[in-house]
Ligand binder design. Structure first.
Ligand SMILES: Cc1cc2nc3c(=O)[nH]c(=O)nc-3n(C[C@H](O)[C@H](O)[C@H](O)COP(=O)(O)OP(=O)(O)OC[C@H]3O[C@@H](n4cnc5c(N)ncnc54)[C@H](O)[C@@H]3O)c2cc1C
Length: 482
């Protein structure tokens, strides 16, 4: 039982009874064993409390829950796949709050291959959205390491990026319309399938990237694209960060529209993957210190991507920008190459504690970012292992640091903020951002004042106060305490 009697607030039990009446028994979990997975993030860094997990199955049920919570001053933590890298979906240790899981709202409401749109509910898992698109002969391009768990509502709420942002943009760019339950339970019915819709403030864009602090996304209209009829994928060993960037420029110059992903990985990251991921295999005899993964696609058969890939790589080899390259000869080889990239987070997790810095700089500054931030981290914590990797084509590098083998995880994590400050000093100098795609959650709220203070933060607070005057939506996330 919650401690409402001590706080003098209205008792919780009648509210839970009312929620059960609305959602049915499967819709309200209160058993501590059932709650446990919703109260901890996947990295095991954050643990919180909730009096219940609500699992509505429709927009009307979400609205009914939110109305009850608003009436009784109960905070709501919206949760999708709980794969947030910044503790955004995990409750804090506060009384009178519920987790609202969207997992039962997972229907595909409509696929329209004439308009190239798909209307889906917020709890649809990303891989399922990709599959449904493929079953209709089209393509939904959002793709990231957590795609087997992350849900459309969570992906939009974090404005997720991922592997193909270089070509298709962030989650925001893939969304045309939204259905949202506001903090008082009112519903915005904005599932419009329009390419053009300049009718006042573009409210839909407020909720994308708001990390559940302004309302609950219950459904979305997503954009679809023609399926790829031809692909070419290569893993390249390159001599330096600058060579990696030069290779990106070569591919862009050859055919910008064909570049679907351009990912950077360090030798250190690859070593962690080899040591910790079963079945991971490097296609090169000699290990290197820098790698890039290039993925090309075209919606037309006979587009000549393989030839283009070979031509560009040959020229880059002649210029000393590529030391070795392995081209995927089959779908299995393509998957194996991508696995080396996608297993970076898991390999780091298995290698012990790590501090993650999801940062961005102008694309031209990526080599300098990697060099300067790695050196600064090594100077700060000798023996630590910089693991820079990620979306080079977007200027977005995960400047992660793995703990030294000779240091305890606790001691290392106690330096988290020093490490983030150290990386961020370089990022600031290069005109970058301290959070490129993971958002703020609870991990980075204390950086907001410094980076977004003044008029920007004041405008964010004004929006929050206007939409959520009671502050019940995902408290403690995104905005620092005033
Ligand atoms: C292995 C791995 C790889 C990753 N790679 C990437 C990557 O390449 N690019 C990238 O951008 N991210 C990446 N992430 C981070 C994460 O997957 C994304 O942030 C994802 O968008 C979160 O989706 P989710 O459903 O798990 O949301 P959750 O973690 O459940 O929630 C994320 C935030 O959104 C809020 N929220 C969730 N659902 C809703 C809703 N319906 N309405 C309102 N608010 C809601 C939550 O309160 C929370 O603040 C990765 C994570 C992992 C574990």
């Amino acid at each position: 039982m919650p401690d409402d009697q001590q706080s003098g607030a209205a008792p919780i039990q009648p509210v839970l009874d009312a929620m059960r009446a609305s959602l049915g028994p499967a819709g309200v979990l209160t058993d501590p064993a059932d709650l446990a997975p919703y109260l901890t993030d996947w990295r095991g860094l954050y643990h919180g409390e909730a009096i219940a997990v609500l699992r509505p199955a429709s927009t009307e049920e979400v609205s009914a829950c939110v109305r009850l919570c608003a009436e009784h001053g109960i905070a709501i933590i919206p949760q999708g796949g709980n794969t947030s890298m910044v503790g955004g979906a995990t409750p804090e240790a506060r009384p009178r709050q519920v987790v609202l899981s969207l997992s039962r709202m997972n229907r595909v409401r409509q696929v329209d291959t004439a308009d190239m749109t798909m209307t889906v509910e917020a709890g649809l898992i990303l891989t399922r959205a990709q599959q449904v698109a493929a079953e209709h002969g089209v393509f939904f391009p959002l793709s990231l390491g957590a795609e087997g768990s992350a849900m459309i509502g969570g992906l939009l709420s974090t404005n997720a990026g991922g592997n193909m942002t270089v070509r298709y943009g962030n989650a925001r760019d893939l969304m045309l319309g939204l259905e949202v339950v506001l903090p008082d339970g009112a519903v915005i019915h904005g599932l419009r399938r329009l390419r053009k819709d300049n009718t006042g403030y573009a409210l839909r864009h407020l909720f994308v990237g708001a990390e559940g602090t302004l309302g609950i996304i219950t459904a979305a209209v997503l954009r679809l694209f023609p399926a790829a009829r031809e692909t070419a994928t290569a893993l390249c060993a390159v001599p330096s960060e600058d060579a990696a960037l030069a290779l990106f420029r070569r591919f862009r110059a050859a055919d910008e529209g064909a570049v679907r992903a351009f990912e950077y990985m360090s030798g250190q990251g690859m070593r962690l993957v080899m040591a910790n991921i079963e079945g991971a295999a490097m296609p090169f005899a000699t290990p290197g210190e820098h790698y890039v993964l290039v993925d090309l696609s075209a919606s037309r058969e006979g587009a000549g991507l393989r030839g283009m890939m070979e031509e560009v790589l040959e020229a880059a080899m002649e210029a000393g920008e590529v030391a070795d390259a392995a081209l995927a000869e089959s779908e299995a080889q393509r998957v194996a190459i991508w696995r080396l990239r996608e297993e970076h987070p898991e390999a780091q997790k298995r290698a012990g504690a790590s501090v993650k810095n999801d940062v961005s700089v102008p694309v031209s500054a990526v080599p300098e970012l990697i060099r300067r931030a790695s050196a600064a981290c090594l100077a700060l914590i000798p023996g630590s292992r910089p693991v820079p990797f990620g979306h080079m084509g977007d200027g977005n590098i995960h400047m992660n640091l793995a703990q030294p083998e000779a240091m305890s995880a606790t001691d290392f994590l106690a330096r988290s903020h020093d490490i983030m400050d150290c990386v961020n000093a370089v990022v600031r100098d290069l005109g970058g951002s301290f959070s490129a795609e993971h958002g703020i959650g609870r991990l980075k709220t204390d950086m907001m004042e410094e980076w977004r203070g003044g008029a920007e933060l004041a405008a964010m607070r004004a929006i929050k106060a206007a939409l959520d005057p009671q502050g019940i939506m995902n408290p403690g996330k995104v905005l620092p305490h005033a």
